[in-house]
Design a protein around this ligand. Sequence first.
Ligand code: ZN
Ligand code: ZN
Length: 330
Amino acid sequence: MNTITRRNVLKGASTLAAVSAVMGTPYLSFAAAPKQRFQSPGFYRMALGDLEITALLDGTLPLPLPEMYRDVTPENAAQLLRAAYRDIPTDTSVNAFLVNDGKRLVLIDAGTGHYLGTEAGHLVSNLEASGYKASHVDHVILTHVHTDHSGGLVRDGKAVFENATVHVPARELEFWLKMPADARPEGLNRQLFKEAKECLRPYLQRGSVQEFKDQEEVIAGFHSILRPGHTPGHSSIVIESGGRKMVFWGDITHGDIVQFEQPDVTIEFDVDRLEAVRSRKQAFAEATAEGHLVAGAHIAFPGIGNVLQDGQHFNWMPVNYADGEGGVIK
Ligand SMILES: [Zn+2]
Ligand SMILES: [Zn+2]
């Protein structure tokens, strides 16, 4: 009886290799593997002191950024992007962030939901891939009410985060939901006002929307800083633990190239462009002076990193990728 041993197998293999060499064609070959056109799940986990931070990708949108920026020519913006080896249109991340402080699960911004097509709207599936369920979320804090931050709150008119209280800057509620239509600044897309109401409606109906003020503790350990301009109540959220600080920027920048290189560049959605520039410069100054971590909603996923200063220009330094040691994230 012919027993198969490792040696036999190796001998067999070398014979096949010899045949294949003589024949001039590889003897062992595989059928062409079809390309697998999907990415790994969009979550990235890290610790900040005692807090667990999970960046969640809602999706990437291919945006024609040079046409969307203002206070720069499209040619100049395109040049800056190309110099940084970015394609145009530019895949632009929509990020949200989950914080587990051991007692509560807090989501900062909620992605696009079904409002911006199938390239985005993947926040809940990535949240599930990261080990949680939408029903586990206790609080959602919005940096502002734009649909790419609030769209994920609803699905078919129902609350996606069934057990959550939604915290919204008071100035945002005033602007998007309460202000009479004829008092709104001119030139703003009316659709955004309609969507703002739709996204918050199920939470308002059950009394689970809370407003927060300009510089306030939104919930214990989560502080707001008003950074207006992009929208009137646009706010960043600050957390600290173990001597480390992270600032959830919201929309201080769109992308990680042009507005870092030229902080005076604005974008078409900015409600007050001059004020948006002031807020961006303040945020950059603070991030470079303190060296704190930043989490940006539209910076390449996971959107977490630091800001470096180079005279009047700035650079984005993404967080160094870290695998957990024995599966434990530190
Ligand atoms: Zn926005
Ligand atoms: Zn946004």
